[in-house]
Design a protein around this ligand. Structure first.
Ligand code: ZN
Length: 569
């Protein structure tokens, strides 16, 4: 990543910019004409852009080499600079909301800034400051516990996360051992995690009460910027999952059982779908990138241009290296008007969905680069995952390039994974509603509620394992601790992504331009507004999920037929 490595972060310059921003906010309060007011808003956003560029360069630099001394130092700086910037941003939000030119500003910039500003300000109250610090400390206890978790597997001491490849091993016995090792760690740490959640529920409820809300659920909805839909809509969405998706998951499990030739699909079999193993990727990273280049070249002029731009400028890094952090992330550097992708190629077929997923985020950020200011360029989370997940499906016609025959298996695996996840997503969301709506529940009552929820949303789990009987499955889901009420967004986004897939089946010609137009809108509209202008399935509509679930189930059946007929040849 050349350009980033060349960039030196000047800490003093950022401090100076903070002072400039403070002055500009004062100026904003005293503007005498709209034109003057708008040019001050522009100046403020230029500073925000400079800050965000440096902030992300520091963080990405750190991810690329977690031992880099320079970036460790800049990360330390941003740990104290970020709250300062947050404060300035809120002052700016207050100033635009109170501006006498608010209506004209809204006409020029759009309404998103104002809706988001109002939401963020509704959650600010000096009296909650110490509670928020406490909340952060409790969350970090959970993060640290998981990050430092060690297990012994096959006589070797390793991180809990290092069990991952063994969980999908083709050796069934080994797989079982890996799962049992993982579950044992959670059973051993049950009380500690129970205690962490208990403290979090209490402190979050106090924060909500101080802000004037009955429960933290309401705070969660405002925090997630859920605009135009509410608890009732989400609850209806979850009911649809139970009604339409779950019967299909049960059918899929039956198909999986037959393919594998097992008597029963156990908890350790979930991710293994084929007797001779899941789809394999044979290429190295350079070959995969070259093929992706060819694919986007054929698929769409715009996507091809963006992909080449990222490659030529070294704004994509999927190489696995020592000291490089795991996982995938896409962000946007306003100074370069460019997105930037960091991921890791671990040799598995996961690279194909990871590459298209992260590139989907990048396409949106690139195509929204000229929208006015940060709030329009960055959609809320319920929208963000649509761009990424949709692209995972839109590249289906090109999978042959990467899998050379194994693409049928990959498609079955990819679709099955998403369909199976719906019930779990709904359960995690429902659990959060229950614990914050009834903060007085004891730790045991919470776990007993989870068991009921699990039965309702994942009725296909029938294993008699202590892990499931204890009702602690939620303990592995970091979102519950660090991003409350976030998780359902993956479900909402998947419905919309599948809707793009459905379009691609009936209208190959126009689906790319529909997708590009959707990306161009970035964060300028709310989820509901976007759905209606883009003619996508609405996850809140009764029929939304029914048709999609039928489509997916038929697709998987057809693919399975194809797989069987190929083998017979
Ligand atoms: Zn994503």
């Amino acid at each position: 990543m050349n350009k980033i490595e060349l960039n030196n972060i000047d800490i003093n310059k950022i401090e100076e910019k903070f002072e400039d921003m403070e002055k500009l906010i004062l100026k904003l309060n005293e503007c005498i004409s709209f034109e003057q007011c708008f040019s001050v808003v522009e100046e403020i956003n230029k500073i925000r852009d400079i800050y965000l560029t440096e902030y992300w360069i520091s963080y990405i630099g750190y991810l690329l080499n977690v031992k880099d001394e320079g970036f460790l130092k800049t990360e330390e700086f941003f740990a104290t600079a970020a709250p300062k910037m947050e404060n300035l941003k809120l002052k700016y939000f207050k100033a635009v909301l109170n501006s006498k030119f608010k209506d004209q500003l809204e006409k020029r910039i759009g309404s998103r800034l104002f809706v988001i500003a109002e939401n963020e300000i509704a959650l600010i109250n000096e009296e909650t400051n110490s509670l928020r610090t406490k909340e952060k400390q409790i969350v970090s206890k959970y993060t640290k516990l998981l990050a430092s978790s060690m297990v012994v597997f096959n006589g070797k001491k390793m991180k809990l996360s290092a069990l991952a490849p063994h969980l999908i091993s083709e050796d069934r016995e080994l797989r079982k051992k890996a799962f049992d090792t993982r579950y044992k760690w959670f059973i051993d740490n049950e009380d500690v995690i129970d205690e962490i959640l208990d403290k979090l529920v209490k402190v979050r409820t106090k924060i909500a009460n101080k802000l004037g809300f009955d429960s933290y659920t309401e705070v969660g909805y405002i925090k997630m910027n859920r605009i135009g839909y509410d608890k009732k809509d989400i609850s209806n969405f979850k009911k649809q999952i139970v009604k339409f998706i779950n019967p299909i998951v049960i059918e899929l499990k039956q198909m999986q059982k037959e393919r594998l030739g097992y008597d029963e699909i156990k908890y350790y079999d979930d991710a293994v779908l084929f007797k001779d193993g899941n789809a394999k990727i044979k290429d190295n990273l350079d070959e995969i990138i070259l093929k992706a280049k060819k694919m986007y070249g054929e698929a769409s002029e715009e996507l091809s241009e963006i992909f080449n731009f990222l490659i030529d400028n070294k704004f994509i890094d999927f190489e696995m290296r020592k000291n490089k952090s795991g996982g995938g992330i896409t962000t946007y550097l306003p100074k370069y008007k460019s997105p930037l992708i960091v991921g890791n190629f671990d040799g598995t077929n996961h690279i194909i969905d990871l590459l298209s997923h992260e590139f989907g985020h990048a396409v949106q950020l690139y195509l929204s680069k000229d929208l006015l200011f940060h709030e329009n360029r960055w959609p809320t989370f319920d929208i963000c995952e649509i761009h990424s997940t949709s692209l995972e499906y839109l590249i289906y016609p090109w999978l042959k390039l990467f899998f050379e025959g194994d693409e049928v298996k990959y498609k079955i695996e990819h679709m099955t994974k998403h369909l199976k996840l719906f019930g779990y997503i709904a359960a995690i969301d429902e659990f959060q509603h229950v614990i914050y709506d009834k903060p007085e529940l004891t730790k045991d009552e919470r776990k007993s509620k989870w068991k009921d929820i699990q039965k309702e949303y994942m009725p296909y789990i029938s294993d008699n394992h202590e892990y499931f009987e204890k009702g602690i499955m939620w303990q592995k889901q970091g979102h519950i601790f660090s991003n409350p009420f976030y998780y359902i967004d993956y479900g909402l986004a998947t419905v919309c992504a599948l809707s793009f897939y459905e379009k691609s089946k009936v209208d190959k010609e126009n689906v790319w331009s529909d997708y590009i137009n959707f990306c161009k809108l970035g964060g300028s509209l709310s989820l509901k507004e976007l759905l209606s202008v883009s003619n996508l399935n609405n996850p809140f509509d009764e029929k939304g999920l029914e048709n999609l679930s039928i489509l997916m189930c038929n697709e998987i059946k057809e693919l399975q037929e194809e797989l069987y007929s190929r083998r017979k040849q």
